[in-house]
Ligand binder design. Structure first.
Ligand code: HEC
Length: 156
């Protein structure tokens, strides 16, 4: 199940938007689209509120014993990289501030997070309003994507 996103504790506006995006095909997933085809907006909203009411899952992955968080990942998450026009992830994703209905990333598996970043970078995923995530992910190296994915997966 490592490629699934965890919905428990997720902000309701995030799940609401993602469910609608799956339903409309804005975000591609044959599985999700089939499951929620024909559900009303109210059903999707109720589902999102229900998931938001559940406790956040524990961190999906642990940092290895004796290892602190990766320095590259910590810098990108907390400070971004102004030279490459990367805003701090934490300024949108909730640790410092929350903008643009960005999801809470803790509790997701590193494999899922890395796959989403790669999909934004390649444009395979393009349901982010104003290309907020595509603009970030396109600037990241594969090593940075892996490091940040592991950092976020180790966060609750
Ligand atoms: C300007 C605000 C902003 C910044 C900065 C930002 N994000 Fe995002 N991110 C978003 C938004 C909004 C979404 C949701 C897009 C959608 O699906 O509508 C998102 C989605 C994601 C997702 C997909 C999550 C999922 O459950 O599918 C990942 C992973 C992610 N961001 C990681 C990052 C990382 C890592 C950084 C820093 C290197 C970062 N983001 C910086 C706004 C931002």
């Amino acid at each position: 199940m490592t490629h699934k996103s965890a919905l428990a504790g997720q902000y309701a506006d995030v799940t609401d938007k993602e469910l609608r995006d799956f339903q409309s095909g804005q975000r591609q997933s044959a599985v999700m689209q089939a499951i929620i085809a024909g559900r009303s907006d109210q059903d999707l909203h109720d589902l999102a509120v229900y998931y938001a009411s559940l406790p956040l899952p524990a961190a999906a992955e642990k940092t290895r014993a004796g290892e602190g968080p990766d320095a590259t990942a910590t810098r990108l998450v907390m400070q971004g990289d102004p030279q490459r026009n990367i805003a701090p992830c934490a300024a949108c994703h909730g640790q410092l501030d929350r903008k643009g209905a960005a999801p809470w990333l803790g509790g997701q598996s590193a494999a899922y997070l890395a796959a989403q970043l790669q999909a934004f970078a390649s444009g395979a995923r393009r349901n982010d309003i104003n290309e907020q995530m595509r603009n970030v992910a396109r600037q990241m190296t594969p090593e940075e994507i892996d490091a940040v994915a592991r950092y976020d997966a180790a966060m609750q």
